[in-house]
Structures are given as C-alpha cells and as structure tokens.
Write a protein that binds this ligand. Structure first.
Ligand code: C5P
Length: 232
C-alpha cells in the first residue's frame, strides 16, 4: 500500500494556493481542504448575527453555534463549504467577508475552533490543506510543506479576475487594498502569524505556468511519498 502523506500549502493571499492544492489532490487522489473557507464561513456567521468583531467573549460564545462541514459538489468535483447545513461557498467569497475575515482570524477562540477541526480532518493523512498556518501550526510535522509566493501585481490581477466574475462592480484598487491589508494583518497577528516554516519549500509562481508549478509540486510529493512516514 502507498504511503499517505500530509501536504501543507501556505502563503500570501491570491498566490494560487487553492488552485495548486486542487490539482495535486486530483493527481494524488487526496482530499483537499481550503482552511481559509472555514475562517470565511465563521466570519459570515458573525456578520449575519451582528456579533461585535472586537469582543473575544462574544465571538467565543457565538462559535458554539457554528457547525462547519465540507460537502463534495458533484458538478464541480470539489468541496463546498457548509455553514450549519447551508451551502455558503459563493457567499464567503464576497468582499464583505474578505474585508473582515483577517480581523476575525486573529481571535484565539476562532483559531482554536478551526485548528481543532483541521487536525481532525487530517487524522488519516492523504490530505492537502492550504492556508496561512498549516505548515507552522496545524500540521507542523507534515511530510511536505510548500510556501507559495508571487509578486503583488500578479496576485492583484489574478484576484481581480476572480472577484470581477462574481461582482463586476468591484475595482482593481479595492482588490489591491484588500489583499495588502489581509497580508499585513495575517503576517503581524499574535497567534500563528503567516510565516514560512523552516522546512518549507518556497514556490514563487510569478513566472511559472500552472503546469510547471504542478510538476514541481508533484515531484516533491512523490519524493516524500516514497520515504518512511513522519509521526503527527
Ligand atoms: O485563503 P483565504 O484567502 O480564503 O483566507 C481568508 C483569510 O482567512 C486569510 O486572509 C486569513 O486571515 C485567514 N486564514 C487564516 N489561517 C488559515 C487560512 C486562512 O488565518 N489557515
């Protein structure tokens, strides 16, 4: 039987982490988990219920009412985020959520809640999880850690295209501001800030095609799969 490993993909906003994770999952027949979707769904819940986003005690209490799950979408072949049994996959990508998610993700209760679920999902390995703290905190003993980056201009253009498809009213300036703001908050928060894990491989995809990037990641994964498994 083939070794199943854990692959973590961390990095700045809109580096194409989820795209690579989905491709890898398809090629390796692994499960892909977009951890950012969990923070986005929590943010959506808090906004909908008028919870004060600065008050830790209120957030901590509200979280008790949140149930998150990933459900396979047979049409897209990927997993959709469900919040209390409602499919919120497209709603969590809206600017209203993007504007607040990084503040929400600074809270200890939010991170404890998300990390506990992420670790549970990874218990059987055979998983690729992308986010900001996956290689440093969630799966610090993962067999393969990737840290993705790309120049800001490239990332803003990619993000703008995605956002424009959902909402043609969005401006390039708004997208740029949101991306830089999230990178700043994510890199400077107290708990599990965005960092490259010491043993992560850096993948700068500014000048790489998606196929080239996938080839590099697959090669690294195959090397790790052939090695004895690490303990988690
Ligand atoms: O990956 P995505 O851009 O959808 O993530 C949205 C936000 O969720 C990030 O900007 C960050 O604030 C938060 N996040 C996090 N830790 C993760 C994944 C996402 O703090 N592992």
């Amino acid at each position: 039987m083939q070794n199943k490993i854990i692959i973590t993909i961390d990095g700045y906003s809109s580096c194409g982490k989820s795209t690579l994770a989905k491709q890898l999952a398809r090629r390796l027949d692994y499960v892909h988990i977009d951890s950012g979707a969990m923070y986005r769904a929590i943010t959506l819940y808090l906004l909908r219920n008028d919870i004060h986003l600065d008050i830790e005690a209120d957030i901590s209490k509200a979280i008790e009412n949140i149930n998150l799950s990933f459900v396979k979408n047979d049409f897209t072949g990927t997993s959709d985020m469900y919040l209390n049994d409602e499919n919120v996959e497209s709603m969590i990508r809206e600017m209203l959520v993007s504007e607040r998610v990084s503040d929400v993700a600074t809270h200890k209760s939010v991170r404890d809640f998300a990390v506990a679920q992420q670790r549970k999902i990874g218990i059987n390995k055979g998983i690729i999880m992308d986010g900001r703290d996956i290689g440093t905190t969630v799966f610090a003993h993962a067999e393969l850690k990737l840290f993705m980056t790309a120049d800001v201009k490239t990332r803003v253009e990619r993000r703008f295209k995605e956002m424009f498809a959902i909402n043609p009213m969005v401006s390039l300036e708004e997208v740029k501001h949101n991306l830089e703001m999230r990178d700043y908050i994510d890199s400077n928060r107290e708990i599990s800030p965005l960092r490259k894990a010491d043993d992560a491989v850096v993948l700068d995809n500014t000048l790489l095609t998606m196929d080239e990037q996938l080839d590099i990641a697959l090669q690294l994964a195959y090397e790790r799969i052939a090695l004895p498994m690490a303990k988690n």
